[in-house]
Ligand binder design. Structure first.
Ligand code: NAP
Length: 240
């Protein structure tokens, strides 16, 4: 069996494409999800990839899940921190709950997951971590102070952890997707979406495979000199 590759939020959207790409490339892919049992069941039936249900915002739940995955499948060599949510609204309308939920799910999750795999990676002298940021963490976005702050935080987290892992064979990189056609983006009102697409130089939304192919590149054994980087995949919308 290939190296164990855990993808948080790996049962739907971008994460699903990442899980499948990793499996097709010979890794032992494992996905996690939050609560959509129906989607997770359909995903596992279709792919054979196990899906573990736990909240990435909850440190102890992550600790227990990593221990279970290690026992069931093997130690995690590759971690893709992909799980994320939006709770959009201008600052005036944003509740403390909306702020906390987005920070915890998108940013604290990176701590919660990395903290529970890093010792094993250091001991084995190998690790690949990819965190999914966002164009809106690079450029900001109206109505998303919570999301932009969390994603921007991911980019700093990535660079700091990359420095800590570098001498131990652990690379830590981020991908900053632009607008990719998933449930998250389908939830955006059509008129807003039309305006967004008009600003994308390649003239279309991204597809999930546009992101998963970059993951394969970053997690490869041969990618050992690429660390602390952010790959922007956005159709030319924001060159950063
Ligand atoms: P999505 O279709 O909404 O799927 C989100 C996935 O994350 C689902 O598997 C979901 O599980 C899981 N998840 C959500 N909250 C979780 C939690 N607390 N604990 C564990 N799992 C959780 O999202 P997506 O559009 O594929 O986005 C994936 C990532 O890319 C996110 O980090 C997002 O911010 C980022 N991103 C997306 C876009 C875009 O245009 N789509 C652009 C830039 C960045 P359930 O199925 O159980 O709900």
């Amino acid at each position: 069996m290939g190296k164990v590759a855990l993808v948080t939020g790996g049962s739907r959207g971008i994460g699903e494409a990442i899980s499948i790409a990793l499996q097709n490339a010979g890794y032992s892919a494992v996905a996690s999800y939050a609560g959509n049992d129906q989607a997770a069941k359909a995903f596992t039936e279709k792919t054979g990839i196990p899906a573990y249900k736990f909240d990435v915002a909850d440190f102890n739940a992550c600790k227990e899940a990593v221990a279970k995955i290690t026992a069931d499948v093997g130690p995690v060599d590759i971690l893709v921190n992909n799980a994320g949510i939006t709770r959009d609204g201008t600052l005036q309308k944003m509740t403390p709950e909306d702020w906390q939920a987005v920070i915890q799910t998108n940013l604290s999750s990176c701590y919660n997951m990395c903290k529970n795999v890093i010792d094993g990676m250091r001991e084995r002298g190998f690790g690949r971590i990819v965190n999914i940021g966002s164009i809106n963490g690079q450029a900001g976005q109206y109505g998303q102070v919570n999301y932009a702050a969390a994603k921007s935080g991911i980019h700093g987290f990535t660079k700091a952890l990359a420095q800590e892992g570098a001498s131990k064979g652990i690379t830590v990189n981020a991908i900053a997707p632009g607008y990719v056609e998933t449930d998250m983006v389908r939830a955006v009102p059509e008129k807003v979406l039309e305006k967004i697409i008009a600003k994308i130089p390649v003239g279309r939304l991204g597809q999930v495979e546009d992101i998963s192919r970059a993951i394969l590149f970053l997690v490869a054994d041969e990618a050992s000199f690429i660390t602390g980087s952010t790959m922007s995949i956005n159709g030319g919308q924001h060159m950063y």
